[in-house]
Design a protein around this ligand. Structure first.
Ligand code: GDP
Ligand code: CA
Length: 321
């Protein structure tokens, strides 16, 4: 079975690990979000691609959910001693090596998709990981700074990591997305898929950014195979992070049902909500999306694998309908 998954960072990566356990023989292609990418210290950093690669390759810091295991921060400290920041973005020594290799290859003229493939030669994530685009896309967020009252557009990482989403996101813009082309292999993988899954990734700045690359949303809608998503919102709040802030920016309430309606029945055939949101099932089905309430907390690998089984079961139900 060929499965295509649109993934952000932590939510996507943890779900993928479950999917691999649930469906060990499946041929999985991951289309990764690159809207979080940022240039730091002259290096190209791709947080979501790396989170997927490290998680599936066994190099992730499990507690944190991002960055490397057994990490040290000497390089960052040395840079800070020179007054070279930003200090708010945590890049460890082991992690730096990934960004150096990536930047070197990009400078030599390789596209990001080829670079990602080369990095994965080391990590062997067991999936084909393709960035959504080889073109530069950077998510920016419009905010009003509390101290100065100044309205400013800042990089998503600055909003998320430095400000910790402490002020409202007034707008979220995937800068460059309109001009971006899907990376080689993206549209082909979608066209050849048997099932397409949206893991419990951020619907705005992860899955939403991937869908903003012209051609990807259309290809999914026209693929003619089941498209099933899992809610990242449980009990009217994000399980981790601050997805409610960016959902508000696009006028979507932080509920499992509202996120399903936001994707819409033109895209989604099936949607899983957590059992605590069982009352949302009726509303989602009224929107033309088949819906089931099942446990959606990825407390461990087995729990994530059970979620993957539920998603694939719902996909088959939709296919048969
Ligand atoms: P990021 O790029 O690291 O922010 O990761 P993603 O976009 O892939 O996923 C972030 C989303 O995952 C957040 O909105 C969380 O609510 C969601 N999430 C994290 N852990 C879980 C979980 O155990 N269950 C569910 N349902 N959602 C989760
Ligand atoms: Ca991310």
């Amino acid at each position: 079975m060929r499965i295509v998954v649109l993934a952000g960072g932590i939510g996507g990566a943890r779900f993928l690990r479950g999917l691999q356990q649930a469906s060990p023989d499946a041929d999985i292609t991951v289309i990764g979000n690159t809207g979080d990418d940022i240039h730091l210290f002259g290096l190209k950093v791709c947080p979501d691609l790396d989170t997927v690669m490290y998680t599936l390759g066994g190099g992730i810091n499990e507690e944190q959910g991002w960055g490397r295991t057994d990490e040290t921060f000497h390089l960052k400290e040395e840079l800070a001693a020179y007054g070279v920041g930003p200090e708010w973005f945590g890049l460890g020594d082991r992690d730096f090596a990934t960004h150096i290799v990536r930047t070197q290859m990009l400078s030599a003229g390789f596209p990001l998709s080829a670079v990602t493939e080369a990095l994965c030669d080391r990590w062997k994530p067991g999936v084909r990981l393709i960035p959504m685009s080889d073109d530069r896309v950077e998510t920016h967020v419009a905010v009003t700074l509390p101290d100065s009252g100044e309205r400013k557009v800042i990089h998503f990482q600055e909003y998320w990591v430095r400000l910790r989403a402490s002020v409202p996101a007034e707008a979220v813009v995937p800068v460059g997305a309109e001009q971006a082309k899907p990376a080689p292999g993206v549209l082909e993988a979608i066209a050849e898929a048997d099932v397409i899954l949206f893991p419990p990734s951020n619907p705005v700045v992860s899955v939403g950014t991937i869908l903003a690359v012209p051609g990807i949303r259309e290809a999914i809608a026209e693929a003619g195979v089941p498209v099933v998503g899992l809610s990242p919102i449980v009990g009217d709040a994000p399980v981790r992070g601050m997805a409610d802030k960016v959902l508000a920016a696009v006028g979507v309430e932080s509920t499992a049902a509202a996120v399903a309606e936001h994707y819409g029945s033109g895209l989604l055939d099936g949607w899983l909500v957590d059992t605590v949101d069982a009352s949302a099932v009726e509303r989602v089905e009224a929107a033309g999306i088949r819906c089931r309430a099942v446990p959606l907390m990825m407390s461990d690998l087995d729990a994530a694998a059970r979620m993957a089984v539920e998603a694939l079961t719902l996909a088959e139900e939709v296919r048969g309908a």
